[in-house]
Design a protein around this ligand. Structure first.
Ligand SMILES: Nc1ncnc2c1ncn2[C@@H]1O[C@H](COP(=O)(O)OP(=O)(O)O)[C@@H](O)[C@H]1O
Ligand SMILES: [Mg+2]
Length: 379
């Protein structure tokens, strides 16, 4: 997938902007607070219909304005896509695909696939399981529409079950109606757990190779999907999870929420059999988080025959020079948008950003670098 052009009006600190891009690497250079992250956010927003920074759409509109518009055109392998998003301080956002308004975000997700990485993504390794569930969900929703629907379904069932647990006066009244939620919860959980387990299994070898490649070392990176349903993922999954829900009912009633299910899932991440979350150095955690994202990229290529768009926000500030150059060899395989504060020796088109104004600077071609990119492919 290649983003061909981007037009934005009144988005974050951009009044009007119209850009065309390089098919390979686009580098945005600017001092702090000029609009580099905002630019990546506008592309990301068109891919997933949401921001990586905020859940409030109104925050995205240029201060003092009432409306904002983003228009993204993308060349895909077999067809082109045009995404238009209109935001308003007064109404809900509206999204059009190829000039046809869509009703549900599910229609947008998967049209233009994206992988985003920034220093904050360290949270993927370091912070709560919620971050790793989000990682699995964003990837799986982009590749599998059914996953998106089953996930929304699961969340609704869980919310209803929790409401019943929290607001029922007696446990007897819970028992009368909970069966219907349990049956639905168990079925959706089975689908989601199966897909998540498959996803972790698929990205594990890629993340291992990416980690070797970026770190230049031989540490063994291992991923393990940890299902929060408390039962094995086999043909008796539904029956066993149902039994466990019943066994935990009294506890769940006291707590007012459901204590088992895929909303408790996690991915255990090990380097040489040591858990990275608790024992890895900051540098190891950072390389692991980046490796997971690069693995996602390779996995999407494997599934769709097409690489997603790669957004790298300010990643160089956190990597040593050697790792920077290894990452650069890696990124040449897909269209990449990189932001940084100073000029780097990068094979790509340079843009400078000053206070919401973007100027395309020059096209740099470092031929030797391009050759190395091909030689260093993971597959
Ligand atoms: N809705 C908005 N309207 C106008 N300016 C905004 C809005 N949201 C954020 N900004 C401003 O955009 C500027 C640039 O942000 P950002 O893209 O994160 O900078 P950087 O170049 O460091 O990545 C910040 O100064 C911020 O205050
Ligand atoms: Mg930034």
């Amino acid at each position: 997938m290649k983003v061909q052009s981007l037009q934005i009006n009144n988005f974050r600190n951009y009044k009007n902007l119209s850009l065309t891009f390089d098919d390979k690497v686009n580098v945005f250079i600017g001092k702090n607070a000029q609009g580099k992250t905002n630019l990546l956010e506008s592309i990301f927003y068109c891919c997933l219909g949401k921001s990586f920074k905020t859940t409030k759409d109104k925050d995205l509109i240029l201060w003092g304005e009432e409306k904002s518009k983003i228009l993204l055109t993308v060349n895909k392998k077999y067809r082109d896509v045009k995404v238009e998003i209109n935001l308003s301080t007064l109404r809900k956002k509206s999204i059009s695909l190829d000039d046809f308004p869509i009703k549900r975000i599910a229609e947008l997700i998967g049209e233009v696939n994206v992988v985003f990485f920034s220093p904050q993504e360290l949270k993927l390794v370091k912070e709560s399981p919620e971050e790793r569930r989000k990682f699995m969900d964003i990837d799986l929703c982009q590749n599998n529409k059914r996953y998106f629907y089953q996930l929304s379904r699961y969340e609704k069932i869980l919310a209803n079950r929790n409401k019943l647990l929290k607001f029922s006066k007696t446990i007897e009244s819970v028992k009368e109606t909970i069966e219907i939620w349990d049956r639905a919860l168990v079925a959706a959980a089975k689908f989601l757990a199966t897909e998540r387990a498959k996803f972790v299994e698929q990205i594990a070898p890629y993340s291992q190779k990416a980690h070797h490649f970026i770190s230049g070392g031989k540490e063994n990176l291992r991923l393990k999907y940890k299902c929060g349903c408390g039962v094995s993922l086999d043909e008796k999954f539904e029956e066993n999870m149902d039994k466990l829900l019943k066994k935990n009912l009294e506890k769940d009633y006291k707590l007012g929420h459901t204590t088992i299910g895929v909303h408790r899932d996690d991915i255990d991440i090990f380097l040489n059999d040591v858990e990275v979350k608790n024992f890895g150095s900051q540098g190891q955690q950072r390389t692991v988080a980046l490796s997971l994202k690069l693995a996602e990229l390779e996995n999407m290529f494997n599934l769709n025959g097409e690489y997603p768009i790669l957004l790298l926000d300010d990643v160089f500030s956190e990597l040593d020079v050697e790792r920077q150059s290894r990452l650069l060899k890696f990124v040449g395989r897909t269209q990449t948008f990189i932001t940084c504060t100073d000029e780097k020796k990068i094979d790509g088109t340079l843009f400078s950003i000053v206070d919401g104004t973007v100027v395309k600077k020059e096209e740099k071609k470092i031929k030797n670098n391009s050759c190395k990119v091909r030689k260093n492919r993971l597959q």
